[in-house]
Design a binder for this molecule. Structure first.
Ligand SMILES: Nc1ncnc2c1ncn2[C@@H]1O[C@H](COP(=O)(O)OP(=O)(O)OP(=O)(O)O)[C@@H](O)[C@H]1O
Ligand SMILES: [Mg+2]
Length: 396
């Protein structure tokens, strides 16, 4: 097979996975689904889905939204709010999404009928819908959000057993006290209207803390759901099913290698899979394809995700020296601070603790709890490989 004849890559680095290809996360899915199920008797649930960059927060939220609509008849919408600082803009966008996403569904007409005064069809073919209520109307819909929800839910009635809104990337909203207070009042008022309503907020973990700091009683209403790394099994299943989809066979040792380097991180797993997919020439992924793809992926990941953050750390000659010593032993991600200090020259030794602190802040190196005090390790083998390759380069 020549590369031209290949199918499209089943890997989508940088894009949330579509529900049919979603892998693993059974525990988190079950948890969310059971919370949503609890709302059906007329209750409210608010969940904060948190986790580091690229761990799969958006993918999980979109999967659950799709799943509960199919299995529980809970109608919902997914809204991306990155950069939005205004609550009423968040409300406006969610309603606009709800109208858009209900296209072709039985309740679409009723929803549009109810909101007709504020809807416009735009776009070349007249299919894009704009929801632009006057600001006083929008303001009132925001302040009386539980009433807004009630009306929306009523227009779905018979078709829907519950309502779900997903607000993703709420970084612009979450740091303000206004939002925290608004959320708290929505929780109280929705409890009285007895609308079966779930709000899923999505963001980096520290946003949940920011919210709670702004309104302490939110801690009692906002359930935290953290997304961990994939287990080795989940990661293996991911590679296997993705290659399977494009009818490629994966040898066991190649699979082990890819799983090992991805370290359970979905975003990295997609980068690796994609690079290996491109590398292969005969439809069977063997150990060599995996190896070569992993090297490519380390470059890509280094340039895309790491370099912008650790650029200075790598360019500093003393830090570079430290990285050289650290990555000298290719299979060993772990190290002892004391032992490493002995292997450094005095100049590098002087800046070692700064280096360690900086790398920990960036999440590249973490304390190694199994190794005891003074033990550390690189968190991820692909990162490690990038640093090893980078320090071997002669240029700089
Ligand atoms: N369960 C999954 N199955 C398959 N691929 C996944 C899964 N979860 C995440 N991914 C993939 O991992 C990458 C990161 O996922 P996603 O965008 O959902 O993460 P995120 O936590 O929302 O990231 P960010 O912090 O940048 O918003 C994407 O390429 C996505 O396709
Ligand atoms: Mg995301």
């Amino acid at each position: 097979m020549t590369p031209m004849e290949k199918d499209y890559s089943p890997f989508v680095p940088g894009q949330p996975i579509s529900p049919e290809f979603f892998v693993g996360r059974e525990e988190q899915v079950q948890h969310l689904v059971s919370r949503i199920r609890q709302t059906l008797s007329g209750r409210l649930e608010m969940v904060f889905v948190g986790g580091e960059r690229g761990i799969g927060k958006t993918s999980l939220a979109q999967f659950v939204r799709w799943y509960v609509e199919r299995d529980l008849k809970v109608v919902g919408s997914y809204t991306h709010l990155g950069g939005v600082q205004d609550i009423s803009e968040a409300v406006r966008r969610s309603i606009a999404r709800l109208i858009q996403e209900s296209d072709g569904k039985p309740w679409h007409k009723r929803l549009r009928q109810m909101l007709r005064a504020h809807i416009r069809q735009v776009g070349l073919l007249g299919v894009t819908i704009e929801f632009t209520p006057p600001s006083d109307v929008l303001q009132s819909a925001t302040v009386n959000f539980s009433q807004t929800l009630k009306q929306l839910f009523n227009s779905l009635r018979d078709e829907a057993r519950g309502l779900l809104l997903v607000w993703d990337d709420i970084n612009g909203l979450a740091r303000t006290k206004t939002f925290a207070d608004w959320l708290r009042s929505v929780a109280d008022e929705t409890a009285m209207t007895r609308i079966p309503f779930t709000l899923i907020l999505v963001g980096l973990q520290d946003l949940r803390l920011a919210l709670i700091q702004n309104n302490e009683s939110l801690a009692r209403v906002l359930f935290p759901l953290d997304i961990p790394l994939w287990s080795q099994n989940e990661c293996g299943e991911f590679f296997r099913s993705a290659f399977d989809r494009v009818k490629m066979t994966v040898m066991d040792d190649a699979l082990t290698e890819m799983v090992d380097f991805a370290g359970g991180h979905p975003a990295l797993a997609h980068e690796i899979g994609d690079a290996v997919f491109r590398m292969d020439r005969d439809g069977t992924i063997d150990h060599r394809d995996a190896r070569e793809g992993i090297f490519q992926a380390a470059e890509i990941v280094g340039r895309k995700y790491l370099e912008p953050q650790v650029y200075n750390a790598i360019r500093s000659p003393r830090y570079r020296k430290i990285l050289q010593v650290l990555t000298g032993n290719a299979r060993n991600l772990a190290f002892q601070r004391a032992e490493l200090l002995r292997r450094l020259d005095p100049e590098a030794r002087d800046v070692f603790d700064n280096f360690l602190r900086r790398m920990q802040q960036l999440g590249v190196i973490i304390p190694d709890t199994e190794g005891g005090r003074g033990s550390y390790r690189f968190r991820n083998r692909l990162h490690f490989l990038y640093f090893a390759m980078e320090t071997k380069r002669t240029t700089f």
